[in-house]
Design a protein around this ligand. Structure first.
Ligand SMILES: [Fe+2]
Ligand SMILES: [Fe+2]
Length: 380
């Protein structure tokens, strides 16, 4: 695995072959975008919300103020769609990536623009005035937003994958909180959550194409994961900064959310070996340790093995180690059941069969017990 040489490598350039694959994916999405929500669809929702009932049904640890803050965080970040659309279409132009522009203008933007509605109606049901909600929209759309992640095609789709994944999870948490008191509001929010899941899958497919066709993008992607932050940090920081406290109050299962993100990263990688490379890039950039060994040292050793001239043995050993790291990462997050040996898909398996499987499983357990990768800190 070579470090990216920015002297010759232009990460903003997408090859014609990759473009063709991305275009065909976007055409499929445009032909079948699924059921989007419409304005006016839930107008009767406000009248169905009784604040007293909602408050009476809140779980222990969650007060009215917290619930309203959580709903307004969703509202404010969702209603800022025009800002994100501007940022994304500007990048489609800069990266000479027309299919990203089609995707944003024809599917993503028209879909996103209605997502704040259930929260607007819920806010009004809880007693906020229409003028207050209008003011929130105005304020959110006037805020400044800078993409602070990795500003390359791979960085943008990784940001999209992560953002949609976490947003979908958030809507699901909201729907669960509201469901006992107002199932109608919860099902409108669940609809939004399901749309975010679709968005996540679309961005994830774009990321997978970019990585499969242009594997050196793994480094940008790893850095995009590390540098990720939710848009709420800029659109409504006073609410976003309360998220970890809110999640703690509710006893939310953060490990499960992190494990889900690892699963997405694994799906973007074309093999366990590639997932391992991604894990190493993340680990090195964050100065993490695998047991007593610094990830940077492992990475350095692997880079040396993979250098030209080291021959097929070096390549095979490199694949083997990367596969182990990938598997160990999955095991750490109890995702090993996702990993099934597909002998034809991962080059590592072509070199190792039979007795080596035993060694492999011994080593896998050893690495799993030693690895100390705390992805939780990389997810904002
Ligand atoms: Fe959304
Ligand atoms: Fe979305």
């Amino acid at each position: 695995m070579q470090a990216v040489d920015y002297g010759t490598y232009n990460p903003n350039y997408i090859s014609p072959r990759t473009h063709a694959k991305l275009e065909s994916l976007v055409k499929t999405i445009i032909a079948n975008p699924g059921a989007m929500m419409k304005f006016g669809q839930f107008d009767e929702l406000t009248a169905k919300i009784d604040p007293k009932v909602v408050i009476a049904h809140l779980p222990k640890g969650v007060g009215e103020e917290q619930l309203f803050g959580m709903a307004m965080l969703s509202h404010d970040t969702e209603c800022a769609t025009p800002i994100y659309t501007r940022e994304l279409t500007e990048r489609a132009l800069r990266f000479e990536w027309p299919s990203l522009d089609w995707f944003i203008r024809q599917v993503w933007d028209p879909d996103e623009e209605s997502h704040f509605l259930p929260y607007r109606l819920f806010g009004m049901g809880m007693g906020a005035s229409e003028a207050h909600m209008d003011e929130r929209v105005k304020r959110a759309r006037a805020s400044s937003f800078t993409h602070r992640g990795v500003d390359t095609p791979a960085g943008v789709v990784m940001f999209g994958t992560e953002q949609e994944y976490l947003t979908g999870n958030w809507h699901r948490i909201m729907a669960k909180l509201i469901r006992p008191a107002c199932p109608e509001a919860a099902s409108a929010i669940t609809w939004v959550a399901q749309r975010e899941v679709l968005h996540k899958q679309w961005y994830r497919e774009m990321a997978a194409i970019l990585l499969e066709e242009e594997p050196r993008r793994v480094q940008e992607m790893a850095h995009a994961i590390i540098r990720f932050e939710m848009p709420g940090n800029q659109i409504c920081p006073e609410l976003e900064h309360q998220v970890s406290g809110w999640l703690t109050n509710m006893g939310a299962d953060i490990d499960q959310i992190v494990a889900g993100m690892v699963r997405e990263i694994y799906k973007i990688s074309s093999s366990t070996g590639m997932a391992g490379k991604m894990a190493l890039e993340i680990g090195e950039a964050k100065g993490m340790k695998m047991g007593w060994i610094k990830v940077a040292h492992v990475h350095h050793a692997i880079n040396r093995l993979g250098q030209p001239g080291s021959g097929i043995v070096g390549e095979a050993v490199m694949d083997f180690i990367l596969t182990l790291v990938g598997e160990s990462l999955l095991e750490k997050f109890h995702l090993s059941k996702l990993w099934t040996p597909e002998k034809n898909s991962d080059p590592a398996y072509r070199f190792y069969t039979g007795p080596v499987e035993l060694v492999r499983s011994l080593l896998r357990n050893w690495v799993a017990s030693k690895i100390k990768v705390d992805l939780g800190t990389s997810i904002g």
